[in-house]
Design a protein around this ligand. Structure first.
Ligand code: DAL
Ligand code: ZN
Length: 251
């Protein structure tokens, strides 16, 4: 058995953290940052690896350009203030997160454009056709979700952004896509499934996944996980961690 100690800082990092206006990022990025080429576009290392794999899979390296990945607090602040001046408050609040509240500060978010001579930095063109659509169709298999959908504007409080993708990891990406859930809605769903009591069960890729939420009631909590199980733990940024167990599919 593996004993694992969970602390408050564990609830604030990891590829499932919810970062929005109501849930500012507490620390800095969760992991090592990697330069994915282009003009200094950095991403958290697993996000970078999965993006590269996905682009290879769809042969999209030429047609798709990475526009904006990791941003520091200061960069987000500059982008926000510049946009306020250039585009006004309504546009800015629709398309630029408040400093401290941007997923770009986590290293798990990437803005993509269809490769072109002129690319709009804030609202790049990433159409629902051609190679960009191939990317969209395969994104969930590689752990990505399109984060700001038109029909979820009321939930995310951000305008429709066909260009912004967020790494949340598999199987979460698949579950969100199949059930048409934003990250906000997915968090609420998983919070109804306490770890070790009533996990959310998902069958996919010849694998059974058990996903449970552990609310941190004290400063520190210990959990026990059997040694022969693959597991992942990510914070939710809502004073809990999401524990994903990769179990064998029973036949
Ligand atoms: N464009 C997204 C909302 C951001 O600024 O993080
Ligand atoms: Zn973005």
């Amino acid at each position: 058995m593996n004993n694992k100690r969970i602390t408050m800082s564990d609830t604030e990092r990891g590829s499932l953290i919810l970062v929005n206006k109501d849930h500012p990022l507490k620390g800095e990025t969760s992991g090592k940052l990697i330069n994915i080429g282009g003009e200094g576009v950095l991403l958290e290392s697993r996000t970078a690896a999965m993006l590269v794999q996905l682009l290879k899979d769809i042969k999209g390296e030429e047609d798709i350009t990475a526009v904006s990945g990791y941003r520091s607090y200061k960069e987000q602040e500059e982008i926000f203030n510049d946009s306020l001046e250039e585009n006004g408050r309504e546009f800015t609040e629709r398309y630029v997160a408040y400093p401290g509240c941007s997923e770009h500060q986590t290293g798990y978010a990437i803005d993509l454009a269809k490769t072109a001579k002129e690319i709009d930095f804030l609202c790049p063109d990433f159409p629902y056709a051609g190679t960009p659509q191939k990317f969209r169709d395969k994104a969930a298999d590689y752990g990505f979700i399109q984060r700001y959908e038109k029909e979820k504007e009321g939930v995310t409080k951000i305008g429709h952004e066909p260009w912004h993708f967020r790494y949340v990891g598999y199987p979460h990406s698949r579950i969100m896509k199949d059930n048409n859930l934003s990250l906000e809605e997915y968090m609420e769903l998983i919070e109804e499934h306490p770890y070790g009591v009533k996990p959310f069960v998902f069958h996919g890729n010849k694998q059974c996944f058990e996903i449970g939420c552990l609310k941190l009631e004290e400063k520190e909590q210990e959990i026990t996980i059997s040694e022969d199980i693959i597991y992942q733990i990510s914070g939710s940024n809502r004073k809990s961690v999401i524990i994903t167990l990769w179990k064998e599919q029973k036949v």
